[in-house]
Design a protein around this ligand. Structure first.
Ligand code: FAD
Ligand code: SF4
Length: 398
């Protein structure tokens, strides 16, 4: 067992400021631990330092002259992938859980930080350090709510583990990278997922009740590449609701303020990222950011089919048109929403262009949110790459 170091180097916090990011806090969990002493440097919402942390994690920050780097972050390669034998009940085909299981069984790591759910509630996140493959598999599928993954940081140090895999979303990983050197690990592996529009548990309930015909039977949902939300129900049926038919006026305030001011959709600081939005419908999207990420992916190469990513269509008119709709919470009648969904699915952006569509739509919305609600933060908080993305569009003046 390692002894607990006092972490005296970090700047002192005023007593009582348990969540210094206040309403922008994403509940990443850091402030539930004594690593709160690093919060002023480490918190993604108090100190935006993606470029510096990219240098530390990947040896360089993103090249803004290369469009893929500019949009998706530092990477060595990307691809579309599916597991040959999908894991039943995983969010997609279970590539994340499979990599984690292989890392544990092949002895690369002694534990895996992942998110199970509580016994009472299938969507209530419960971060754990998994030490068996059963515990990793019990964390499969998204808990689409803010999750305090870093609340287990003290447990890592107390456990004496030296080699660890952490699975997490961007804000958690930014804070983790900032305190990585204080954790006493020999090797940290980071497996990230993209993340956007996260919500509190109450916000999730409102979203499900406003959008689905049967909110209580939903076991899983995803905002799919076909411009529809797919809700999977307990009986295996899939309910599809077009994005453009969402009751935006009712749900626009459910997204956490942290997610309305986030510009790290693609999890810039993970070694390996597994999502879906850069791949065609039905496929997962893998981005290898550095050598460590490649080593992690190599463990499952024989268990996955892969193909190159594609990029088709032109997202820009759709993004420009969606800016006022997002902004004013416009909701289309369902027939019009369905029609628009069908048309845009046929001729709209696909593959990497779909990912750029989603990034552009969210960054423009979030830029307006920060400008209106936290104008004093705008310049420092929005990374250079995001400013360039936003500057491609005409935004409302105020
Ligand atoms: P599985 O094998 O099912 O494993 C899922 C893993 O996610 C588990 O290890 C679990 O520990 C972890 N996890 C679950 N809930 C959380 C949470 N709240 N916080 C942190 N980790 C969690 N991909 C995109 O391309 N675009 C998106 O917009 C997007 N949004 C996402 C939003 C959230 C909140 C999350 C958690 C993921 C999001 N993803 C997004 C990633 C995508 O939905 C899949 O999680 C990813 O493709 C992995 O699928 P899988 O079948 O391999 O995962
Ligand atoms: Fe603390 Fe994390 Fe909230 Fe920032 S986001 S205030 S680091 S718990």
């Amino acid at each position: 067992m390692t002894s607990i170091t006092p972490h005296t180097k970090a700047k002192a916090l005023k007593p009582g400021s348990r969540r210094p990011a206040k309403e922008l806090c994403s509940e990443c969990g850091l402030c539930d631990t004594y690593y709160i002493h690093y919060v002023k440097e480490a918190c993604a919402f108090l100190n935006q330092q993606i470029s510096e942390l990219e240098e530390m994690a990947h040896g360089r920050s993103r090249n803004l002259d290369d469009e893929n780097d500019w949009y998706f972050g530092v990477h060595q390669q990307m691809m579309a992938a599916q597991k040959k034998q999908p894991i039943e009940g995983a969010q997609w085909t279970g590539i994340v859980s499979t990599i984690a299981c292989e890392m544990l069984t092949q002895g690369l790591v002694e534990g895996v930080v992942c998110v199970q759910n509580t016994k009472e509630d299938r969507f209530q996140p419960m971060p754990v350090i998994a030490r068996t493959t059963e515990e990793i598999l019990a964390a499969k599928v998204n808990k689409p709510t803010l999750s305090p993954n870093l609340s287990i940081l003290e447990e890592i140090e107390q456990s004496g583990m030296k080699r660890l895999l952490v699975i997490g979303v961007g804000c958690q990983i930014q804070a983790l990278r900032a305190v990585e050197k204080e954790l006493g690990l020999e090797k940290l592996y980071v497996l990230g997922t993209p993340c956007v529009d996260n919500v509190t548990r109450e916000g999730l309930q409102k979203f499900l009740e406003t959008t689905s015909k049967s909110p209580e039977t939903i076991v899983h949902y995803e905002f799919m590449q076909d411009f529809r939300v797919h809700f999977k129900h307990e009986d295996g049926s899939i309910e599809k609701v077009p994005f453009f038919g969402l009751k935006t006026n009712k749900i626009k305030d459910i997204f956490a303020p942290s997610c309305m001011s986030c510009f790290d959709y693609v999890n810039s600081l993970a070694d390996l990222v597994v999502g879906y939005m850069g791949a065609e419908f039905g496929w997962q999207w893998i981005m290898v950011r550095n050598e460590t990420g490649q080593q992690m992916l190599d463990l499952v190469q024989d268990q996955i089919n892969t193909k190159p990513v594609i990029s088709q269509g032109n997202r820009k008119p759709a993004v420009q048109q969606s800016i006022p709709a997002y902004d004013q919470g416009v909701t289309l009648p369902m027939w019009a929403a369905k029609l628009m969904g069908v048309v845009i699915d046929r001729i709209g952006p696909k593959g990497l262009e779909y990912a750029r569509f989603s990034i552009d739509s969210h960054f423009t919305r979030n830029y307006l949110y920060v400008k209106r609600n936290h104008p004093e933060k705008l310049d420092d908080h929005v990374p250079e790459y995001a400013k360039r993305i936003v500057n491609q569009y005409q935004l409302p003046k105020s």
